[in-house]
Design a protein around this ligand. Sequence first.
Ligand code: GLU
Length: 373
Amino acid sequence: MSQAPLLAAKRLVVKIGSALLVDLEGQVRMHWLATLAADVAALRQHGIEVILVSSGSIAVGQTLLGLPKRRLYLEEKQAAAAAGQIRLANVYATAMAAHGIAVAQILLTLEDTEARRRHLNARATINQLLKLGALPVVNENDTIATTEIRIGDNDRLAARVGVMINADTLVLLSDIDGLYTADPRLDPAAKHIPEVVRLTPEIVAMGGKALPGLSSGGMETKLLAGRMAAEGGCRMAIANGRQMHALAHLAEGGKATWFAAATEPMTARKRWIKAALDPRGRLHLDRGAVAALSRGKSLLPAGVTATEGTFRRGDLLLLLGPDGAEVGHGLSAYGNDEAERILGRQSKEIEEILGYRGREELIHRDDLVLSGN
Ligand code: GLU
């Protein structure tokens, strides 16, 4: 990947971390925000559609409600978010009004980005706002999201939003200027990595352990966001946003780590399979089948040694290797009764066994997502 500049973006999501927007006293950094607003206005002048995902409601609300300066309990966080979000909406509206830009607030929950119909609704609304020239400002709906159903960090929320609305570029502005080969605070030899072409599991593991970011999400959530974005065809930058005019600086080639988008982005269908949480059954595969899948092949009945569970055609199944390790997920072309009858057999025998001509594959490659991919 050549380091494509920010200005190549057509549709850009910018995530703004709490530590940038809110100072240690819990006050909004108005001067900083004014410079961000000017940069956003300039990018829009350039013909780039911009969507902001902003944190800060809890940090601001904590001060507004006079809550103690310690880690908050969930109920306190939810109350703080309710109070802080009004203030956030207000400061964004004021900052953008200076450039004649209307701001529109969108509060999302995990379900809004996962459930197909709500996902489409949220997407349509954001598209409509962009068409009307407004600046959508998104946050998680922390007031109603409980621990179990929260996305929890705005890095991944921003990636979900980016993929949902087909953004081509995502920028995570935080207090760290990218990925390093080791923790730069501990290791003076740590090298900054300007670009990552493929987010391998090794890089994710390295970032997660060796490089705790300073912001709430940390480096691990940023890399997970990067992977989600890449799979959705969206490139991503991690950049330090502390300075004034952080976006203008990045547009001029400022220091950052750029993550390339996958050259063959996962289809919406595959992303859905990957995100689905509730497999109806399991298939045990032999070694040959596991090897074939890793070469991009479909799963044939011949490579399946056993099935578990009651499932129907179209249901999500978990695939396990001979050692019991998870291999991936996929949508079954057969119900469990039929699958049991054809497992271990050649595809050309299917018609004879079942009495009709079904699909050759038990799971077609288009309906299959391998783990660690
Ligand atoms: N949604 C949270 C807030 O607005 C922030 C989550 C995060 O910083 O990642 O306070």
